[in-house]
Design a protein around this ligand. Sequence first.
Ligand code: ATP
Length: 202
Amino acid sequence: MTRKTPLLVGLTGGIGSGKSTVAKIFSILGIAIYYADDRAKWLMAYDVELKNQILTHFGDKSYTEDGKLNRSYLAETVFSNEEKVKTINSLVHPAVKKDFEKWAAQQISPYVLKEAALLFETGSFKDLDKTINVSAPLKIRITRVLLRDPHRTEKQVNDIIDKQIPDEEKNQRADYVIKNADNKLLIPQVLQIHRELLGQQA
Ligand code: ATP
């Protein structure tokens, strides 16, 4: 018996838009969620092939003697340099794509969600059947993030926002938009999209 591949749906949104909150609602509906940013960190730490590629490009110091990812070294030498960020992304993104596809093929939910902050920026939307953007006004997003992450400054949050595609553009590019301003209820919006996606299984 051949099993149907679930529909692959991307869930994105700028920092503080409420992606994780929305993902939790889909999860309660029984939908499997792949958290791409967490999984990328896991793969960098444990995937042998990716680890070897990182070692080849960035040297032995990329991992500590006990084999753990040397985050402070990478932060200093890689994540501060635009070209090196491009290089590390060119290693990590294909690894995440492969891992996501393998994971998706094992799921039994009618569609699966790939939750990722940078879906349009990285081009990974091209491998998905549908996309959802969680949208919220900039001021609300900054306030939410500063409340959630007291260690962050407003400047740090704005620096992250500057590296993300503006909300308006993502709203136009996405198949579905969930509005997460203070006056909008999330659950009815999620239910509406859920119903539509159930009608569109591959
Ligand atoms: P990041 O990109 O930083 O991971 P995110 O898009 O996943 O952010 P969440 O973590 O879901 O965003 O939401 C940011 C914060 O705002 C959280 O503390 C969350 O509880 C809160 N939040 C999300 N939606 C709402 C809402 N509608 N009303 C009030 N608080 C909200």
